[in-house]
Design a protein around this ligand. Structure first.
Ligand SMILES: Cc1cc2nc3c(=O)[nH]c(=O)nc-3n(C[C@H](O)[C@H](O)[C@H](O)COP(=O)(O)OP(=O)(O)OC[C@H]3O[C@@H](n4cnc5c(N)ncnc54)[C@H](O)[C@@H]3O)c2cc1C
Length: 320
């Protein structure tokens, strides 16, 4: 097979002096896909990212990315990176965008290492961070029973007892997803269930859900895998131990938008508002993946949105 880019072009220098056609912020599935699409349109492309792979690096096993029946998140991201490196894309990795400004029809991007880059268009693909409980054993047991994504991991808990931590719509959506396969789903809320009645009623109708209200997770326990969780009353000292194999933490996520807060229009949940072409409220500024208002947060969706954002940026540049 012949690649369109000769090998000697593969390592592309990062240049502060030039104005890039497109600057992509983030190298998760959305950012890397956007980069490949932009480069194939022969756009002068710079990717700035804290890491290569994003949240997918934390996914122990992915069964929903077409073409792979099963692949670890890290391996899938290595394949994305290999593909990116086939193209003349400048990569500024291990750096963080701290400020994004628009001046006339140019964007200026400032990074944590003090660099300044200029672009005619920008694609924000900076993803989000799931909020964690910050309790003992939570981090070590990610992928070993601790999950932040019911859509991704619910089928792994067929016939088992699990717990969902959280009280809002995302938590009850996860509960309803889990009732399809788990044997029992404990739903742990610190004060009250705040989700819409329709979601709560659906959970109740399943006959598999037990609400444990007025408790917070104190500790997750287990050897190699989650075996139980210890709960503590929020307004008292009583403790409860639940034997579960899965703990789904659904207490929200923080989109990585601090650098763009003054520029892009955000939703109530701080996600960047985009239309179906990944356009934001600012001309020349596009966004893709988990950082946006697109509802489903999945690798394949982020990648697809990244492709769309790059094609929209291309259209914008040829019309500008
Ligand atoms: C534990 C876990 C398991 C998952 N399992 C699955 C699964 O099995 N299947 C599935 O489809 N989905 C799964 N997901 C969801 C999936 O990982 C996300 O939907 C997907 O990664 C979103 O891609 P993204 O490119 O939009 O954002 P991200 O993956 O979040 O990537 C964002 C990128 O931006 C960078 N960045 C952030 N801020 C800045 C900044 N200021 N400057 C520069 N760079 C920045 C980050 O370093 C990162 O490289 C899982 C998520 C988690 C957390």
């Amino acid at each position: 097979m012949e690649f369109i880019v000769p090998a000697e072009l593969k390592a592309v220098p990062v240049e502060e002096a030039k104005c890039y056609d497109v600057i992509i912020i983030g190298a998760g599935p959305a950012g890397m896909t956007a980069a490949v699409y932009a480069a194939r349109k022969k756009l002068d492309t710079l990717v700035i990212s804290k890491d290569v792979g994003g949240q997918t690096l934390l996914a122990p096993g992915v069964e929903t990315y077409m073409g792979y029946q099963y692949i670890t998140g890290a391996e899938l991201m290595r394949k994305f990176e290999e593909q990116v490196r086939q193209f003349p894309i400048a990569l500024e990795i291990n750096d963080e965008v701290v400020k994004l400004l628009r001046d006339e029809n140019r964007f200026t991007v400032r990074t944590a290492t003090g660099k300044k880059f200029t672009g005619r268009s920008v694609i924000i693909a900076s993803g989000r961070r799931a909020r964690s409980l910050n309790v003992p054993r939570e981090r070590e047991l990610i992928g070993r029973g601790v999950s932040y994504c019911a859509t991704c991991d619910a089928p792994l808990f067929g016939g088992l007892d699990v717990a969902v931590v959280g009280s809002g719509n995302p938590a009850l959506t996860a509960v309803n997803e889990l009732t399809k396969c788990a044997r029992k789903v404990y739903t742990i809320a610190r004060s009250a269930i705040k989700a819409d009645a329709v979601l709560r009623e659906k959970a109740e109708r399943s006959g598999k859900v037990e609400f444990v209200v007025g408790y917070a997770v104190k500790e997750i326990q287990g050897g190699d895998k989650v075996e139980r969780i210890v709960l503590k009353q929020t307004a008292g000292d009583k403790e409860l131990v639940l034997d579960v194999r899965g703990v789904f933490i659904e207490i929200g996520a923080t989109p990585n938008v601090a650098f763009a807060k003054e520029l892009a229009e955000l939703s109530e949940s701080n996600e960047i508002r985009v239309d179906c072409d990944c356009k934001t409220s600012v001309a020349g500024l596009f966004a893709a993946g988990d950082v946006t208002t697109v509802p489903e947060k999945q690798i394949i969706i982020a990648a697809g949105e990244g492709a769309k954002a790059a094609l929209s940026a291309y259209q914008y540049l040829i019309e500008a």
